[in-house]
Design a protein around this ligand. Structure first.
Ligand code: PEP
Ligand code: MN
Length: 364
């Protein structure tokens, strides 16, 4: 469990600061303004920047560590920076950075994580681990395990979304089910959301931050810069410290605890939902019995299970009605695909009852 971020403590626990340290003045002025307008808990700044393309600004390197550490001391808050290898770890520790974070492009690589874990043995430094760029929960968990085995137990998770090709809304899609599953698997690890890298643009920051609060995240990491449009990295997603204050003021923080009266009302509604869910599953069972009848019929007439034209028509007629149902098109598509898969499984059982491989994988 993180020593800094107490689960269920002050919310949102706030980590803020520029995407990158650019100059000493930019770091100091950003921090002065942040301190004046928001109460931040940890100061962030990237010193080594993992950039997608060469010839972009790749961070100021070692000299920026002192700016970060001095700025943190000036306002009395701990500091954090991204490390991607053992050398970064060594330099950041030597400079007195209080917390390290591992970026999304590093979490993806078990060799790099192991190298960092080995470099941190014996230090007890708090470490925050961003999710890997790809939506692989096991890889994220694996990073925590490698660090824990190296004796680094002061751990925090940061959800920064997952890379996809040209998403219309997000820079990195949130896929909230992954951090929710992480929380289920590693309940002792506090969970922070990084709305900046999920959003990629200022306009989305409030919506993503609010969602994180509604999903019980313990805190937020938000990039802030004195002059965001002129930032040397991630210009479109950074906020001035004053605008960060405005964002924080608009966040609605709802209680995680349910009072006895609220619980009564909730239970009544949940009971109604339970009854509907029971009916839903009864209907699904009946639906699959019909699929088995269809399977027997197809077998009798020697026709294939998959009838593409029919399937296309079924999908499009349901998708057309998604508005009428009040359901997202994506959900209707997922439901139809799941129904179809299960229906094929039932039909297969009826039509090919003896087609299976023996457990040792060899044909009989
Ligand atoms: C960052 O925080 O500036 C950063 C590079 O993050 P990520 O690893 O999420 O891309
Ligand atoms: Mn950034």
């Amino acid at each position: 469990m993180s020593s800094l971020i107490q689960k269920g403590g002050k919310r949102p626990f706030l980590i803020a600061g520029p995407c990158s340290a650019e100059t000493e003045e930019q770091v100091m002025e950003t921090v002065r303004q942040l301190h004046a307008s928001c109460s931040i808990d940890v100061l962030r700044a990237g010193i080594w920047k993992p950039r997608t393309r060469p010839d972009s600004f790749e961070g100021v390197g070692e000299e920026g560590l002192k700016w970060l550490v001095d700025a943190g001391k000036m306002i009395g808050v701990p500091t954090t920076t991204e490390i991607a290898n053992a050398k970064h770890a060594e330099l950041a520790l030597k400079a007195g950075v209080d917390i390290l974070w591992i970026g999304a492009r590093t979490t993806v690589n078990p060799f790099a994580i192991q190298e960092i874990a080995d470099a941190l043995v014996g230090t007890k430094i708090p470490v925050m681990v961003k999710n890997p760029v790809n939506p692989d929960l096991e890889l994220w968990i694996g990073a925590f395990e490698r660090l824990e085995k190296a004796g680094i137990t002061d751990l925090t998770a940061i959800h920064r979304g997952f890379s996809v090709y040209k998403h219309p809304k997000y820079r990195n899609v949130p896929s909230w089910e992954l951090p929710i599953s992480l929380r289920e698997r590693l309940p002792h690890i506090p969970l922070i959301c990084d709305p900046s890298h999920i959003s990629g643009k200022r306009a989305l920051l409030l919506e993503v931050s609010q969602k994180a609060m509604d999903l019980n995240f313990d805190g937020l990491m938000i990039e802030s810069h004195i002059n965001p449009d002129e930032a040397w990295s991630d210009a479109a997603q950074q906020l001035t410290p004053a605008n960060l204050r405005i964002l924080l003021d608009q966040l609605v923080l709802r209680s995680r605890e349910v009072s006895d009266t609220a619980l009564l009302g909730l239970e009544e509604l949940r009971e109604k939902i339970g009854i509907l869910d029971d009916r839903l599953f009864e209907i699904l069972t009946a639906r699959m019995r019909l699929s088995e009848e269809v399977g027997a019929f197809k077998q009798g007439h020697n026709i294939t299970i998959l009838q593409e034209d029919h399937w296309r028509k079924m999908i499009s007629s349901r998708l057309e009605k998604s508005g009428e149902y009040g359901l997202a098109e994506r959900f209707v598509r997922l439901m139809m695909d799941a129904l179809h898969q299960e229906s094929i499984r039932h039909q297969t059982r009826v039509m090919n009852p003896n087609v299976h491989l023996p457990p040792n994988g060899k044909a009989d």
